[in-house]
Design a protein around this ligand. Structure first.
Ligand code: SF4
Length: 273
């Protein structure tokens, strides 16, 4: 997974990050995250404003509407385990409390999230959090997936508990930005099962909490970077970013500062694929 540190930097760190969107309904996305831009070219204060507006929109989104969409979809997991692979879902972004949990289970399962947002003039990358490590098998199975089952199911992480539901805005294949509430429609699981309204509402609340936490983490990261760069006389340099990334792909080690629990943690990474 670390091998995916590439130039692309996305509009925000997405939890299960993958490559295509082919929505069939306006409110349902197949896969996530196509919004790929060079985010570090947008001044940090504007990024913070945009994310804050997005968070406000999230608060305003009616919980009943999300609950009724969840009920209408009637998704049921069929234990195919595809969603726990990088091939299907990209990387799994972790919230701070997930990182705290994982440290008590197996710290080896943590790695800096791919797609760092910034690189300073000294060639140090900065990324807004950790991701779950994957295995070196053909599909990039989650570190905790064994024989098609999660071996830490009772302690699984925030996104694992709400997946495949989500609530954020993304462009569809025509570029139309709209709310998306489901990942991987018709690519996994069964649909049209009965889900009680109580369960739908509970899921809807959990989804909103998760999306709020993701946005809040990204905003906090940007605020910290803003101050940190000023204090340490640093600046993002895209050319250095590109050069270091090329060298990283050729096997050179890079230094990455990972945002976690309000601070930055230094890591040295070497491509391992
Ligand atoms: S922690 Fe468990 S549920 Fe989450 S992606 Fe890994 S195997 Fe799947």
């Amino acid at each position: 997974m670390v091998g995916e540190l590439v130039k692309k930097v996305k509009i925000r760190n997405l939890h299960f990050h993958s490559k295509k969107i082919t929505s069939q309904k306006s409110h349902i996305a197949h896969h996530e995250s196509v919004a790929v831009i060079i985010v570090s070219l947008v001044p940090i204060p504007f990024q913070i404003i945009a994310l804050t507006q997005e968070r406000n929109s999230l608060f305003e989104y009616p919980i009943d509407r999300l609950a009724s969409i969840i009920g209408e979809l009637g998704f049921r997991c069929t234990n195919c385990a595809r969603c726990c692979t990088h091939a299907f879902n990209g990387h799994v972004f972790l919230l701070d409390h997930d990182v705290a949990t994982i440290k008590t289970i197996d710290p080896q399962a943590l790695e800096p999230a791919p797609y760092p947002e910034f690189c300073d003039q000294n060639g140090i990358f900065y990324v807004s959090g950790y991701a779950l490590r994957t295995k070196d098998d053909t599909v990039g199975s989650c570190w905790f997936l064994e024989n098609g089952r999660c071996r830490i199911y009772d302690q699984r992480f925030s996104i694992c508990r709400i997946y495949p539901y989500m609530l954020h805005r993304e462009p569809d294949e025509r570029g139309k930005v709209d709310w998306r509430q489901l990942s991987g429609l018709n690519e996994h699981g069964d649909y049209h099962h009965d889900i009680t309204m109580e369960e739908c509402l509970s899921l809807a609340h959990q989804v909103k909490e998760f999306e709020n936490a993701i946005l809040s983490q990204e905003i906090s990261f940007l605020e910290l970077i803003q101050d940190y760069f000023v204090t340490h006389h640093l600046r993002h340099v895209q050319k250095v970013y590109d050069d270091r990334m090329k060298r990283f792909k050729k096997g050179e080690a890079v230094n990455v500062m990972v945002y976690c629990a309000g601070g930055l943690v230094e890591h040295q990474l070497v491509r391992h694929d």
